[in-house]
Design a protein around this ligand. Structure first.
Ligand SMILES: *[C@@H]1O[C@H](CO)[C@@H](O)[C@H](O)[C@H]1NC(C)=O
Ligand SMILES: *[C@@H]1O[C@H](CO)[C@@H](O)[C@H](O)[C@H]1NC(C)=O
Ligand SMILES: *[C@@H]1O[C@H](CO)[C@@H](O)[C@H](O)[C@H]1NC(C)=O
Ligand SMILES: *[C@@H]1O[C@H](CO)[C@@H](O)[C@H](O)[C@H]1NC(C)=O
Ligand SMILES: [Zn+2]
Length: 515
């Protein structure tokens, strides 16, 4: 089902609370990322008469970020750059309006070794991570990936030959200048869309409602080139963003134990800090994909800066693994037709997470436990709401989760994944490339034989017509609409206004408030 643009605009403007929450959420998330070193102060008061066994959480966290203690983690190089810089903290210590909330989640199964819910809080002391189960020596051959070269030696990775971590790379380097030429020669037309202001939808009102830009953030516009779900019902394209980190090893060990494979959208700056963890992810047959160099809002950057962000993250991944991903996820889901075109010109297919209305996406909000912007109970309620929406869904789905902070990994390995594994009817849990019914070789530029995942056609705006590589619509060929027409602006799965008004509060990651 598709919304026409006029319908979309009016829907977005009617439920004021939905819009307000969405805007606050966007602003809060961006504030967090732009002010990484300020401490947060959040007080939440919750009561839990539902089926949860957890107790009320009151976290008054005015704690500076404590560098994690790591003991004998093979794969963590002795650099001083290991501390993730994406530390979420709000700009001002304004209290987050978390009302007294009734949770209705009830988990089928939890991990016997799970960290108790009462300990998965913003102010939790940094946990000691378990060492990786497996590490791989340079020259190891990824036999599961025909055509891939032997594993490079991560120890010779020289951070000095890459841009400064967690900053948009300069565009005057020879590398970026070459990538700019490559994009110009790709045959892909980059639409002349203005650069957005920081501050999300409220600070970009014209852009937010402009169907020609198809800006996903404000209402959920997608193009057929975007991967937004898995085609098969009950199929879950498992993804974790923002790593590798100190806690990725804990997640990997759990995934190994349960024989699960995931897609990891990795940040180039984190790859510099944790190259051995990236190698273990890759050699463990997980899918590696691009999540930029410094995690900016891509629509706020110039074309050249976007090229630098994507180019450097592709390069560092190739330098560590020997192969280059061909999928990307825009940080914050911040993508419009300009970012789409540059991604396609650089051989990268955008992968979003599933959206069920203008205001609700399959976002667990696990990222925000660390900062105190949400609680683990809220996250599990979000998870329960996702489950409630997938059982009768005709297609599969993709959920936003993260492996940067320990709280997110603890909720994944202790609660969400065990619950998902116990679900009836069972889920098929797979990396995105696999849920698209494509072999793993299709996920990397060097190993892709172009048979089931041909590279994006060059020439003309990329947002046109019948779907790009990796797109769930890639084989349908039905949508012939022009890129710059309102008709081609669509929600991936629109639901009616009546439904929309009932999901007030969800956009901000707030749990359902029992009215
Ligand atoms: C809104 O955009 C203006 C112009 O770029 C910028 O100066 C301002 O900081 C932005 N506001 C927020 C809240 O980001
Ligand atoms: C579907 O998701 C929405 C938004 O999170 C939520 O309000 C609703 O309760 C969910 N439906 C079910 C059946 O769980
Ligand atoms: C697949 O397409 C890419 C981009 O056009 C090309 O560089 C590569 O050689 C092709 N691979 C094969 C096996 O044809
Ligand atoms: C697609 O475009 C072609 C060429 O413009 C046209 O002949 C064809 O009828 C269109 N198909 C659909 C499904 O609109
Ligand atoms: Zn991210």
């Amino acid at each position: 089902m598709k919304f026409s643009t006029s319908c979309l605009v009016s829907v977005a403007s009617i439920p004021v609370l939905v819009a307000a929450h969405a805007q606050n959420d966007f602003a809060a998330r961006h504030a967090q990322h732009l002010n990484p070193r300020q401490a947060s102060s959040v007080t939440s008061s919750t009561s839990l008469p539902g089926t949860s066994t957890s107790t009320p959480t009151t976290s008054a966290a005015t704690t500076p970020v404590v560098p994690p203690t790591v003991t004998s983690t093979p794969g963590v190089p002795p650099t001083t750059t290991n501390i993730p810089v994406i530390s979420p903290t709000p700009t001002t210590p304004a209290p987050v309006p978390v009302p007294t909330t009734t949770y209705t989640f009830s988990l089928q199964s939890t991990n016997p070794t799970a960290v108790p819910l009462t300990a998965i809080i913003s102010s939790a002391p940094s946990s000691v991570t378990r060492p990786l189960d497996h590490t791989f020596t340079p020259g190891s051959v990824p036999t599961f990936l025909p055509g891939a070269p032997p594993l490079p030696n991560a120890a010779i990775l020289a951070p000095a030959s890459y841009p400064t971590l967690d900053r948009v790379p300069p565009i005057d380097s020879p590398e970026v200048q070459q990538w700019i030429k490559d994009v110009a020669n790709s045959g892909v037309t980059i639409p002349n869309i203005p650069i957005n202001n920081l501050g999300g939808c409220p600070n970009n009102t014209a852009a937010a409602t402009d169907p020609d830009r198809c800006w996903w953030t404000c209402g959920g516009c997608t193009r057929p080139t975007d991967v937004v779900e898995c085609p098969t019902a009950m199929s879950w394209g498992l993804t974790y963003d923002d790593g590798p980190s100190f806690y990725t090893s804990d997640l990997l060990n759990y995934l190994d134990q349960e024989n699960l494979k995931s897609t990891f959208f990795v940040v180039g700056s984190r790859v510099i800090s944790f190259p051995n963890i990236l190698q273990t992810q890759y050699m463990g047959e997980h899918q590696i994909a691009v999540h930029t160099w410094s995690h900016p809002q891509l629509t706020t950057l110039t074309n050249e800066e976007i090229i630098a962000e994507l180019g450097w993250s592709k390069k560092v991944i190739k330098d560590v693994l020997g192969v280059t991903p061909n999928m990307m996820r825009p940080p914050f889901g911040d993508i419009d037709d300009r970012v789409r075109a540059i991604s396609t010109a650089m051989g990268l297919t955008p992968v979003m997470w599933t959206r069920i209305s203008a205001a609700a996406t399959f976002d667990t909000d696990d990222f925000d436990i660390h900062s105190g912007l949400t609680t683990v109970e809220h996250v599990l309620q979000n998870w329960e709401n996702i489950l409630g929406n997938v059982t009768n869904r005709p297609s599969g789905f993709i959920v936003l989760e993260h492996d940067l902070f320990q709280q997110a990994v603890e909720v994944a390995t202790g609660y969400i994944l065990p619950d998902a594994l116990a679900h009836q009817p069972p889920f098929t849990i797979q990396p995105v490339i696999t849920c698209l019914n494509k072999p793993l070789i299709d996920a990397y530029i060097e190993t892709n034989d172009n048979k089931t995942n041909p590279p994006a056609a060059s020439g003309g705006p990329v947002t046109l017509s019948s779907g790009a590589p990796g797109s769930v619509q890639a084989t349908s060929g039905a949508d012939n609409s022009s890129s710059n027409s309102a008709a081609s602006s669509s929600l991936s799965a629109g639901l009616g206004l009546a439904f929309l008004t009932s999901v007030i509060g969800i956009a901000a990651g707030l749990a359902v408030i029992r009215l």
